[in-house]
Structures are given as C-alpha cells and as structure tokens.
Design a protein around this ligand. Structure first.
Ligand SMILES: [Zn+2]
Length: 135
C-alpha cells in the first residue's frame, strides 16, 4: 500500500482499491471489528501504533493497557494533534469518535473511564492500526 502525504485527497474509490475490505469497512465506513479478534489486542512489543490507512503515528506502546474490553486500548495519543475527536450520537448515546487527524479515517472511540492520570480510554479497532516495532 502506498502511504503518501496526499492521503487527504484520496477518493472513496481509491480507498476501496487500496484497503482490504475489512479494513475499508472500519476505517472508511466507521465499522467496528468484533471484540477479542484484533491481531494487535495482546501485542506487548515496544513500538508505535500508526494509522492503517495513511501511516500517521497515533499511539505509543507505553500508553497501551489491557482494558478487558476486547479492543486495543490506550490512555493517551502520541500527540493531541494526531487524532481528531468528534461527537457521535449514532447509538442513541453520546460517544466521542476518534479519527486520524491526517486522513480522517475512523479509528474507534474514546471514553473517560480510563486509568489515571489521564482517565482516558482510547478504544481502538486493531484493524484500523498498524504496528511498528521500535526499541
Ligand atoms: Zn490516517
């Protein structure tokens, strides 16, 4: 997959061609993977989690924790500017959607029941993320 800086200008057709169907569904149609199915759920290696669509750096392994929810969970993004937060009322309840700030792809939701000191729980789809191992 080509990962360039002009990802913002990609059309829906381009995304559909470049992403595997299951990733397209999560990233571009705001789908949710089934819990406890994600390849990165129990990944405990040291590194950086990036956007599965454009490669934008999103989370560090040091901010990952086991929330028991069945989705990879983080207490803080790598930088506030890495993600965009949006109100999501789609399930009849107010949630906060998390999108990649660079390409606008859907990543998951953030809740305020995470561990201290941030109190945040970024509940991410494993399909929306890639992992780069770093020492
Ligand atoms: Zn992205």
């Amino acid at each position: 997959m080509e990962k360039s800086d002009d990802t913002m200008s990609k059309t829906d057709d381009q995304w559909r061609r470049e992403l595997p169907p299951e990733r397209y569904h999560v990233l571009r149609e705001a789908g949710t993977e089934r819990p406890f199915t994600g390849a990165l759920l129990h990944n405990e290696q040291t590194g950086v989690y990036t956007c599965g669509a454009c490669g934008n750096e999103l989370f560090r392994s040091s901010e990952k924790f086991d929330s028991g929810s069945g989705w990879p969970s983080f207490c803080d993004p790598i930088a506030a500017s890495a993600v965009t937060l949006l109100d999501d009322d789609s399930l009849g309840t107010r949630r906060t959607e998390v999108r990649c700030a660079r390409c606008g792809s859907h990543l998951g939701h953030v809740f305020d029941d995470g561990p201290q000191p941030t109190g945040q729980r970024y509940c991410m789809n494993s399909l929306a993320l890639d992992f780069q191992k770093r020492s």
